[in-house]
Design a protein around this ligand. Structure first.
Ligand code: GLN
Length: 303
């Protein structure tokens, strides 16, 4: 009967629902206003997004948990933020959108800093230097980038490796090379080559070395020089509070020896010449343990 009262009640209920749901969908700046996390100041959880087919940065361990270098780093970030870490394993190609929508608070996925990505996310200081490599079956005759002409190259969707293969289109002899097969995870990328459905795959060096080692005798890494890339942690654009915490952690672990220990644990051949080089932004050539000099990288030549 009393319309005003009913209206007021509806309004109160709507507000209550809104408060419980944090009304994240309507507030583009929720992450910034509510503190470092996407769920507002009340949340005690920091959500990290990754794609766990990228060993040893992220992989599924024997206990079916996502583990690896990036997860260790993320735990330190959560500790510094005074929050619990929650890891969301998702498609690499969906990570940026998940950040933007507030579904996750940060990305630790061996994500390469690119000008294109910088338009959509904010990156921390770099924490690792890598590069792309070409992986082929152990008995393949493919020995160079140009040998890929007319061949099928498998890549992971949304990665710099995929971008690079697309750029291969015009090879040195000027012929088009539109031969990319894209997959959501690197296990499928490698399987495609192992099962002979693709001739090669292009992937970041360390995960490629790990995958080649896991498939002993089946694959080899080509000695082809590509430019260096830097991995950094990504946050939603404008989330400077969380970005400062992340940069603080990266600076601290580099200063206190923890970073060196992590490099020694996950990348023993890099640690030999000092962890500095593993994340040296300006180091263009001297990344140690490259397939060029690493027997372990292919280890199959005799066969
Ligand atoms: N470093 C590559 C990129 O950022 C691949 C990362 C990945 O597959 N996890 O695109």
């Amino acid at each position: 009967m009393n319309k005003t009262k009913i209206l007021a009640l509806v309004l109160v209920l709507a507000l209550a629902v809104c408060a419980f749901a944090a009304c994240g969908g309507n507030d583009q700046n929720a992450a910034n206003q509510g503190g470092a996390t996407s769920k507002g100041a009340a949340s005690d959880t920091l959500i990290m997004g990754t794609e766990a087919s990228f060993p040893p940065f992220e992989y599924i361990d024997d206990n079916a948990q996502v583990a690896g270098f990036d997860i260790e780093l993320s735990n330190m970030i959560a500790d510094a933020a005074g929050k619990k870490l929650q890891v969301e394993n998702m498609d690499f190609g969906g990570l940026v959108a998940a950040l933007q929508s507030g579904k996750i608070d940060f990305v630790a996925a061996g994500m390469t800093v690119t000008d294109e990505k910088k338009k959509n996310v904010d990156f921390s200081e770099p924490y690792f230097t890598s590069r792309q490599v070409i992986v082929v079956p152990a008995d393949s005759a493919i020995a160079s980038k140009d040998d890929l002409l007319g061949k099928i190259v498998a890549v992971q969707e949304g990665t710099t490796g995929e971008e690079m293969v697309r750029e291969f289109k015009e090879t040195d002899n000027g012929e088009p090379m539109d031969n990319t097969a894209s997959f959501k995870n690197n296990a499928d990328v490698a399987m495609e080559v192992i099962n002979g459905r693709a001739d090669a795959f292009v992937l970041d060096e360390e995960p490629a070395k790990a995958i080649v080692a896991q498939n002993e005798g089946k694959l080899k890494i080509l000695d082809v020089e590509f430019g260096n890339e830097n991995y950094a942690v990504a946050v939603k654009k404008g989330n400077t509070e969380l970005l400062n915490i992340i940069n603080g952690v990266i600076a601290d672990i580099k200063a206190n020896g923890t970073y060196d220990e992590m490099i020694a644990e996950y990348f023993p051949d890099r640690a030999e010449v000092g962890a500095e080089d593993a994340a040296d932004v300006t180091d263009e050539a001297d990344v140690p343990g490259t397939p060029a000099d690493g027997e372990a990288a292919d280890g199959t030549e005799a066969e």
